[in-house]
Design a binder for this molecule. Sequence first.
Ligand SMILES: [Zn+2]
Length: 107
Amino acid sequence: MNEYISRGAALEELNKPITMSVCLDKTDLAIKRMQRDRDAAMIRAIPAADVAPVVHGHWKVVQRHEHYPSGKSYEAYYCSVCGIRSIEYGQYCPHCGANMIYTEVDA
Ligand SMILES: [Zn+2]
């Protein structure tokens, strides 16, 4: 399974200053800076992955009392992102794909 990271965050991490405290001498410092520049160039050269940011939402559970002549109630599940009702709830909204992190129950 692939994991995706931010190119900007990786470059930011690489661009942290290299201090003499982590180097043996000035030659070692120069080598570490060249390695850092090489690593930054490699990170910039990697093509961007075709990914979208994860959208988080939650299910709003609403008790419904209509439609059943028996008077029984049922639960309706509404996505907090797209607002579309679903007949069942799961980890992802089947309409917009939002990742549902919790369920909110309306009385
Ligand atoms: Zn949705």
